[in-house]
Design a protein around this ligand. Structure first.
Ligand SMILES: *Cc1c(COP(=O)(O)O)cnc(C)c1O
Length: 350
């Protein structure tokens, strides 16, 4: 049978109601790309892979959760869905709602959403509303709206989102034959780290695939789980994890602790440096998506992580195309040269 998305592939392991009617864009089945140069740079004698979730239909892992949430809604005749978003959830909800023929409303924090994400949500026909407030404010509002009106909430507070997202853990075990030693990933609202831990535990109980230790990574200007308190005005270039009050913060801390891992923070400079490093190995991700491996590199540099003999998977959550402005801001602009061989030769040989 041709591949038909994560629900078709993993439904037996997903806790979805019987009424669920699969709405899919063939999300999932993303590759584990080996990163031999990064592995060498971090000390060698280890395997490092990027699970490139940016290759999902709308360019981020959100599609795994969204196929589940929207399919459950479709099965009970929901007409309209709503979410708060730093951008990728909006694009994903908009696409899957369009596919299902549902109306989609998204609330985003004004001016803080990357261009490629906003464009996606608009292109898929969602009603996009900016609020003069943070992601956390937007989330509070959509929760209230979904309680007051017949509009279904598709943020990761919706349990089916996690059911969909945990399929990434299944894929990693199926591809590698077992869980890796370590999993490194960015942490924003903390739905994803919670989902991975659910998935790895479930597969281990059923198939004895083992469990990874989890290194959850926040941006230093937006690190409530590291500081142990909410951050009122979160700041970071990694807009997808610019969240001061993670909805699933407790579960994230539990996942890190139970797995024998930890949650740390990295600077924006470290995040951007890892974004460049990954691109130099052919994998262009958006800033937030580089945070997991930036955390690994930071720990290795600080002498707090020995990679030798380890198999490590970094989750690259979203595609670089989502946030083209960051490249314009942080990298050199292309040269403008007169169209003559002499001028070109001069520039190329410089
Ligand atoms: C949503 C998102 C995250 C954060 O995931 P959470 O489940 O909110 O922790 C990280 N990276 C990208 C690209 C995202 O879209």
């Amino acid at each position: 049978m041709p591949y038909a998305g994560v629900i078709q592939r993993y439904r037996a392991y997903m806790d979805l109601p019987d009424h669920t009617r699969p709405i899919t864009l063939l999300e999932g089945a993303t590759p584990l790309i080996p990163l031999p140069r990064l592995a060498q740079d971090l000390g060698g004698e280890c395997e490092i892979y990027a699970k490139f979730e940016g290759l999902n239909p709308t360019g981020s892992f959100k599609d795994r959760g969204m196929t589940a949430a929207i399919s459950e809604c479709a099965g009970r005749g929901v007409q309209a869905v709503i979410c708060a978003s730093t951008g990728n959830t909006a694009a994903s909800a908009a696409a899957y709602a369009a596919r299902a023929g549902q109306r989609c409303i998204v609330l985003i924090p004004q001016g803080k959403v990357a261009a490629g994400k906003l464009a996606g949500a608009v292109a898929y026909g969602a009603q996009v509303i900016q609020i003069d407030g943070s992601f956390d404010d937007a989330l509070t509002l959509v929760v209230s709206l979904s309680q007051k009106y017949p509009i279904a909430l598709v943020n990761s507070l919706n349990p089916y989102r996690l059911e969909g997202q945990k399929t990434a853990a299944f894929e990693i075990c199926d591809d590698l034959g077992a869980a890796p030693d370590w999993l490194c990933l960015p942490v924003g609202n903390a739905g994803n780290i919670t989902s991975y831990w659910m998935g790895f535990q479930q597969y281990d109980s059923l198939k004895h695939t083992g469990r990874p230790r989890i290194l959850g990574v926040q941006a230093a200007g937006s690190a409530p789980l590291v500081l142990g308190r909410p951050v009122e005005k979160p700041e970071t270039v990694a807009t997808a994890i610019r969240i001061g009050r993670p909805a699933r913060g407790e579960q994230a801390l539990e996942a890190a602790e139970q797995s024998g891992g930890r949650i740390i923070a990295v600077s924006d400079d470290d995040i951007l440096a890892m974004q460049r490093r990954l691109a130099a190995e052919g994998v262009w991700v958006e800033p937030a998506s580089a945070a997991g491996l930036a955390g690994l590199a930071q720990q290795v540099q600080a002498g707090q992580f020995d990679v030798r003999g380890k198999r490590i998977v970094g989750i690259c959550t979203g595609h670089g195309l989502k946030d083209p402005e960051i490249i314009a801001k942080t990298m050199d602009k292309p040269l403008l040269v007169t169209p003559t061989l002499e001028a070109l030769a001069e520039v190329i040989n410089r």
